[in-house]
Design a protein around this ligand. Structure first.
Ligand SMILES: [Zn+2]
Length: 125
């Protein structure tokens, strides 16, 4: 096994590494320019999952919006907030009915206006 390694010098791998570097920098720059989340002030790296923050109209982390909605709405033990799609969240209630667990949307929260498309998201389309 040791002989096998000697026959394939390390230099070959170094060459491959330098070839990948330009793309690496490009990715890094993109992350550096990421907008700041109005809720936690950290950069929003994954804009595809971001949600428009209502009062600032800026992209916010999906998790930050979810956390805010949880604080705004009182949830009981068998309820949780889920993303329903198209900018809507829902308070989902689970109930045990005849031995089966069933889910109901107790309240629909239309959070994000998706029509018209928010300015920041147009760049992604
Ligand atoms: Zn955030």
């Amino acid at each position: 096994m040791a002989n096998f390694n000697k026959q394939h010098p390390k230099k070959r791998y170094d060459k491959d590494d330098s070839r990948q570097r330009p793309n690496y920098n490009k990715k890094f720059n993109r992350l550096k320019n990421a907008p700041l989340c109005p809720l936690c002030q950290k950069s929003v790296r994954d804009l595809y999952s971001a949600i428009t923050h209502e009062s600032s109209n800026q992209p916010a982390h999906f998790d930050c919006i979810l956390k805010m909605l949880r604080e705004m709405n009182e949830l009981s033990g068998n309820e949780k907030i889920c993303y329903l799609g198209n900018g809507s969240f829902g308070i989902i209630q689970s109930r045990n009915a005849a031995g089966k667990l069933r889910f109901f949307i107790r309240k629909r929260l239309n959070y994000e206006e998706t029509d018209p498309v928010p300015e920041w998201r147009k760049k992604l389309l």
